[in-house]
Design a protein around this ligand. Sequence first.
Ligand code: HAM
Length: 430
Amino acid sequence: MSLSTKPYIGSRDFYPDQMKFRNWMFGVQAEVCRRYGYSEYAAPLIEPLDLYRAKSSEEIVSEQLYRFTDRGEREIAIRPELTPTLARMVAARINELPRPLRWFSVGNFMRYERPGRGRLREFFQLNVDLLGPDDFTADAEVLMLAIDLMRAYGASPEHFEVRYSDRRLLEAYLSDYDTEKIRAISRVIDKRAKIKPAEFEEQLATACGDDAGVAKVKKLLALTTESVAELPADELDPEIAGRISKFAEFLREQGYGDGLVFDPGIVRGFDYYTGLIFEMYDRDPENNRALFGGGRYNRLVGMFGKQEIPAVGFGMGDVTLENFIVSHGLAPAELGEARGAYIALMSADLAGPVAKLARELRTVGIDVEVALEATKKFGKQFELAEKKGRRFMLILGETELENGVVRVKDLKSGEQQDVPRQDLAAALGG
Ligand code: HAM
């Protein structure tokens, strides 16, 4: 049996053309993050399994982790997300790192999920996190950054919607239940938009096990920003209601209110969230998976046995983002300008002079690719140079060598001229 050329199920090969798109997408992310003062960091692909057992979501640990035992009998996991790692890194240097700490990272992650539209087993995620302050202005900052990211891709609120809530609302309404039950009920709430109303009713009744619970969940789901503000103090801590309204008001004042929707049905699967939770959705119903999700997690860093540091952040996946960009026609018409030069080789004995020319041009910062096989068929060479995204084709034959010139063809304009060696770098834009 011959070996398959397909990548592992749910993972992708990135050929050079796809790499151009990916680099553009990640480049926009880095630019917007830097504009907000965020510094880039990176972390290992694998972590001890215990990190996720203690600090991630139950669903991820029991169903989605890629795990193995290494040759030293250690239990290892390929990272399914970055937040526990970030908390570990911050806890390790808690006294040295200047706060507020604003960090971002782009990396690959693996989850054993059923691949489908917007869901893969290996995906990339931009993580943006702000650690230190526990203010609603910090919550608002990461949300504004996320929205500016979408704007940088050319999107506007007609394309997306940000749904937000506060994890403590769910906890307040389900306080009579234990963790297991809260998880089961949360899973049903999370599925609400994807299943039929009758199915939802049925699953909710099973998860709650009593009518009082069902009534509470329905009350929770019917909450609006206005009704939250009017809840009596014994039903909801007024601090929580106040925070929800201050956060939304601040965003509106700053011009980020369009497409911002309060949605008490937002659950977020991770146990570590302690306050604001949010998700961004594509308005195109074909793309029904979240573009990004995040929230406030004030107790994760403290779980490493040191000081607690309030934190808020989000993760944005590349798969859903690419679907979003393509669906709304936001991809740039041309990715990566044609650049650099391709030097043709007219005869094998010119390989030395061609290599020397290439070396000279590279030292002045011009990208140069050389032909390694001699040919006088220029048509094919031009085609190849163009396909490879080169701007210029250079010819250095015996005559050019004798005359101290190089024949330059601009593949964009089609113009061709003999350029003296000393003027070549300038002619190629070096
Ligand atoms: P998450 O909601 O699990 O959050 O993932 C965030 C985003 O990553 C999703 O909205 C989606 O775009 C992408 N994503 C997740 N799983 C997959 C998958 N299997 N295939 C494709 N894309 C996927 C977190 O991971 C949190 N750690 C985010 C966070 C950072 N919270 C605070 N800081």
